[in-house]
Design a protein. Structure first.
Length: 283
């Protein structure tokens, strides 16, 4: 049986297409003022509102105030990342669906995998900037950060990757499944808010959760946030900091869970992109 090699990009063409999708997505994100505000400025403002108006730090020692601010900065950094990976990512897809560009993509030897990975690479870079801005605002307001080890930054980056792939896969599925794609953006921002509040500010306030709070160490946003707190904030007593019970997710099984989230999210997103947006064509 013959194979139409024009429809199966080799590794070089795959990388070229991935880079093209990434560059295009980054340009779109950078030029969209509304996206920059909601994904970057709004989480930083939300952080400032929390630490200056919603938390009474007057009776705390100075070092405790620095830790509280750092923990909240990490929490709102995850919030910013969720906005990018769920809402902003879905808006990018909706724009191409409603603009009829997928009809053009399907007529070309474009790889669905390159499409998703390129868009995701741009979203990951944008999310990293958004997280960095929130943490930078935290430093400017007196947040106390400290790397736990040389592996701290790679672990935090893995957490952001796993969270991003899992969240972006949900965005792809929603855009593909919702009859009116524009409603996917409304659903995704609702999911961001639900994930944030139902897990106790992305897992940093498990006491807010009415039921057993152990699950905050296992859901993607809670796990990524609490791992980041463990590796970036010098908290010696999680109970006094409001982070326990449960204990910090430091075991190897939690890193394995992050890897599983990353693999499952990436695989689901590529399959959904191929079957729904490219209508099942193997390219």
């Amino acid at each position: 049986m013959s194979t139409d090699t024009r429809r199966v990009p080799d590794a070089g063409r795959f990388l070229e297409q991935t880079g093209a999708f990434a560059a295009r997505a980054l340009r779109t994100l950078r030029r969209n003022g509304a996206v920059v505000f909601w994904a970057v400025a709004f989480p930083a403002l939300f952080y400032l509102l929390t630490v200056y108006l919603l938390i009474d730090t007057s009776a705390m020692r100075a070092e405790t105030v620095g830790l509280v601010k750092a923990i909240n900065a990490v929490s709102y950094g995850t919030f910013a990342a969720l906005v990018v990976f769920l809402n902003t990512f879905s808006q990018s897809l909706v724009a191409d669906v409603e603009g009829g560009r997928y009809a053009q993509f399907r007529a070309l030897p474009v790889s669905p995998g390159a499409d998703f990975l390129g868009r995701f690479a741009a979203a990951y870079a944008f999310a990293a900037v958004a997280v960095g801005v929130v943490l930078g605002v935290g430093v400017a307001t007196g947040a106390n950060f400290e790397l736990r080890s040389a592996l701290s930054l790679p672990v935090v980056a893995l957490g952001l990757l796993a969270l991003g792939l899992f969240a972006a896969s949900i965005a792809v599925v929603l855009v593909a499944a919702v009859p009116e794609p524009k409603f996917a953006s409304i659903i995704t921002i609702t999911l961001v808010l639900l994930a944030f509040f139902l897990t106790g500010y992305n897992g940093v306030q498990p006491g807010m959760v009415a039921s057993a709070a152990e699950f905050v160490n296992y859901v993607p946003n809670g796990l990524a946030t609490r791992l980041a707190v463990y590796h970036l904030v010098p908290v010696s007593d999680w109970a006094r900091a409001g982070l326990a019970d449960p204990a910090a997710p430091t075991g190897g099984r939690f890193l394995g869970l992050l890897a599983a989230y990353a693999a499952a999210g990436g695989g689901l997103a590529v399959v959904a992109t191929r079957r729904s947006l490219y209508r099942g064509e193997i390219q």
